[in-house]
Design a binder for this molecule. Structure first.
Ligand SMILES: [Zn+2]
Length: 229
């Protein structure tokens, strides 16, 4: 509050409680100085339910003692704390790879809530799945590229493709370049192990680390026909 706003508040509380009125000019100036000192960072009103006059009026109604500026300042601090406690940081719109901008946006949002310029944002905003267009662009830029080092680390978990890559690296045929006539695996798909039930129906369809022999033969034949790379 500005000094003149504090003076207006003092006039208001003096009307409600005449004990606060100072008739001596020096005393009045000193009283205004004290109130301004303690309430300079307290707003008169906010759009979010804070009103200094209302706070002072309630205090005067409920307490037998003359109101002190510290009473009002404490009420404001409690109001601020209560709002921040209800606030959940929404996901900033800033680029997450720019931590300064990200942090600045979070702090600005908290400041706006604490100072009563914005309503606290509820938890559901975190899970509302707000679309961030830049993320899509980033994913598109990254694509499905797997760095060679990561591919090598993943190899043990992808036995069929790892075996194929090892064979090709050794100059052997690319078994996945041809379909398998035995298990009907398509081109590019690993051979599959089929378990046959007693009634003859197929059950289970686990990929095999190695290709069926017939497929290897076909791949060798295809490699022999193709021009040497
Ligand atoms: Zn097969």
């Amino acid at each position: 509050m500005e000094r003149r706003e504090v003076a207006a508040v003092l006039t208001y509380v003096g009307r409600l409680d005449p004990r606060l009125v100072r008739t001596d000019e020096g005393e009045a100036r000193s009283q205004l100085g004290t109130w301004h000192e303690l309430l300079s960072d307290v707003p008169t009103t906010t759009s979010q339910g804070w009103d200094v006059r209302e706070t002072a009026r309630k205090r005067i109604v409920t307490s037998p003692y003359p109101i002190l500026p510290a009473d009002v300042a404490r009420e404001w601090q409690a109001h601020r704390r209560e709002r921040l406690a209800r606030h959940t940081d929404p996901t900033p719109r800033a680029d997450p790879d720019n931590p300064q901008a990200w942090r600045a946006e979070l702090l600005a949002a908290r400041d706006a809530v604490a100072s009563g310029h914005a309503a606290p944002s509820a938890h559901r905003e975190l899970t509302a799945g707000r679309h961030r267009p830049s993320l899509k662009d980033q994913l598109a830029a990254v694509g499905s590229y797997i760095p060679a080092a990561v591919r090598a680390e993943l190899a043990p978990y992808r036995p069929a493709r790892a075996a194929r890559e090892a064979v090709i690296a050794a100059g052997g045929p690319d078994v996945l370049a041809v379909p398998c006539e035995w298990c009907h695996a398509d081109q590019g798909e690993p051979c599959r192990r089929r378990r046959i039930n007693l009634d003859g129906s197929a059950q289970g369809n686990a990929p095999r680390a190695t290709a069926h022999p017939g497929r290897v033969d076909r791949a060798l034949a295809a490699q022999a026909q193709a021009p040497a790379a």
